[in-house]
Design a protein around this ligand. Structure first.
Ligand code: DX5
Ligand code: ZN
Length: 217
């Protein structure tokens, strides 16, 4: 069964605590927090203050996805705020190894992220040091986009490398996840599924968490 990380990007910000409690009680394992800087991606979302505010109201693993140019600048701020996992895009810095080292030095779980147009080969040198790899299944920047099926072979490739090299990082997918698209990704080796609109646009978010779990039994 896949672990579920609801993305608060699609939650009701005015009732954020209510929405977080709903998915927390409803069986999610992580809470996905999308940080957008208006440069790496066009949109702006929120910063470390939100992570700090959310930290005391939930026991969910806070999974911070930094869609930020030169993320090294803010790693310490998100670690201070209480992030449990910090994800940095390899496309966003010439120094991905250093960025991951910075995260690990703060005893936070380190995640490397690849866009749909980036091959697995771009991150093989750093796989030994990460706790999680995020394979973007849409181009980052917005919720509610369509899952790109061609990304699934990269999940299989990463799963293969895990086995060959005896590594045990989680493989997370993000973008366009629903009870249909999650199946192929899970079979290819995905262990964590982010879902935003699929969960929070529903009348009953918990039924959607259950549907994702049921589809990956
Ligand atoms: C997109 C973000 C996602 C977003 C996913 O750039 O990284 O986490 O919330 O939204 P859905 O699940 O609606 O595609
Ligand atoms: Zn995300």
């Amino acid at each position: 069964m896949i672990k579920i990380a609801p993305s608060i990007l699609s939650a009701d910000y005015v009732n954020l605590q209510r929405d977080i409690e709903k998915v927390d009680k409803g069986g999610a394992e992580l809470l996905h927090i999308d940080i957008m800087d208006g440069a790496f991606v066009p949109a702006l979302s929120y910063g470390p203050g939100w992570v700090k505010a959310i930290k005391p109201i939930t026991n969910l693993t806070l999974d911070v996805h930094m869609m930020v140019q030169n993320p090294e600048r803010y790693v310490d701020d998100f670690a201070d705020a209480g992030a449990d996992i910090i994800g940095v895009h390899t496309e966003a810095t010439p120094h991905i190894h250093r960025a991951l080292q910075m995260i690990k030095n703060r005893n936070v779980k380190a995640e490397v992220v690849i866009n749909p147009g980036t091959p697995v080969a771009a991150i093989t040198p750093v796989l030994y040091m990460v706790d999680q790899v995020l394979v973007m299944t849409v181009n980052p920047g917005f919720g509610g986009q369509k899952f790109l099926p061609e990304t699934v072979k990269k999940i299989a490739e990463l799963d293969q490398i895990k086995k060959e090299q005896g590594l045990n990082f989680d493989i997370e997918i993000d973008g366009g996840v629903n009870e249909t698209t999650v199946v192929g990704a899970y079979k290819a080796g995905a262990t964590v599924a982010v879902a935003g609109s699929y969960i929070f646009d529903a009348d009953d978010p918990v039924s959607r968490i259950n549907a994702l779990k049921d589809a990956t039994k």
